[in-house]
Design a protein around this ligand. Structure first.
Ligand SMILES: [Fe+2]
Length: 295
């Protein structure tokens, strides 16, 4: 069996389920994002169960992106999640060098199957649950040229906005920190603990503080909006993380663009970073906005 290191996992995208993607991508576009790829019908991948409708969006940073996925979902397991949870952050995707070997390695280490390994025209992939039930998608590109396009590492807008990753609310932060380290070869780049709160900042092996800050943050539920979501949905993908050189201007731009205020910029006593929270348009999921942070 291949090791996590050999499988070379790299953070790729966060998927949002939303039934009004055309409408709801506009606040993202107005907030300095661009569309990196749009795939519908039979373009991306085709199965016997339906077709795809995917919009990929990026903002100011290299590599990390969001994907808005719209009904009709291709697979029954996707339609089941949609009827259980509705609009929400559905999965995080990692790219690997060997998807078939990755399926074997993850299932042998506590992950459980959601979608079996499948060979699509442009990639091989599958979906599993992590040990707390959040979805992990794994993709291996198999076409010579097909890729979801990436932006260069250039902060966007006058506020210098960058999308850098996502965070997840965990039931057991220490256990999940260990699992993502051991099984997916993520490494800890920073950690905060105070007053019962615990936040672990991780990344993959391609992390570069100047050129590729893809962050993967694990934490326990801290705010009322997190505790309420956890009570209803269980451990979940909790926010998209943004950083801006001018956080006040980025906040104002976000509200103008159609994001809604959740918590205005203020110093976070746990991390020491200027931090704000907003809700995005695809179902009111949470966005975290901080000052630039490159441990
Ligand atoms: Fe995906």
């Amino acid at each position: 069996m291949k090791t996590a290191r050999e499988l070379d996992y790299r953070l790729h995208h966060l998927c949002i389920y939303d039934d009004k993607p055309r409408e709801n991508m506009w606040p993202y576009l107005r907030w300095h994002h661009g569309i990196t790829n749009y795939f519908s019908g039979a373009v991306f991948h085709v199965t016997g169960e339906g077709h795809s409708d995917y919009t990929f969006l990026g903002c100011g940073g290299r590599a990390y992106q969001v994907q808005i996925e719209a009904p009709p979902f291709q697979f029954e397991y996707e339609r089941n999640w949609w009827s259980d949870h509705g609009r929400g952050y559905n999965h995080i995707c990692w790219i690997t060098s060997d998807a078939r070997a990755s399926m074997e390695q993850l299932l042998a280490n506590g992950a459980t199957e959601v979608m079996p390994f499948e060979e699509f025209p442009t990639y091989d992939g599958f979906v599993v649950h992590d040990p707390e039930g959040r979805w992990i998608e794994i993709m291996e590109y198999t076409d010579d040229t097909f890729r979801v396009q990436e932006f260069t590492n250039a902060p966007s807008g006058e506020c210098g906005l960058q999308m850098v990753g996502n965070s997840e609310v965990c039931e057991d932060v220490d256990a999940m920190k260990g699992w993502y380290q051991d099984v997916m070869n993520m490494h800890v780049i920073d950690e905060f603990r105070a007053n019962g709160y615990h936040e672990v900042v991780m990344s993959d092996r391609e992390y570069d503080p100047d050129e590729r800050r893809s962050l993967f943050v694990l934490h326990n539920a801290r705010y009322d909006f997190e505790k309420a979501h956890m009570a209803e949905h269980g451990p979940y993908i909790s926010s998209i993380i943004y950083q801006a050189r001018d956080i006040k201007r980025a906040w104002e731009d976000a509200v103008w663009a159609g994001m809604t205020e959740l918590q205005a910029p203020a110093k976070d006593p746990l991390t020491g970073l200027q931090t704000a929270y907003l809700r995005e348009p695809c179902g009111g999921n949470v966005l975290t906005l901080t000052e630039p942070y490159a441990p």
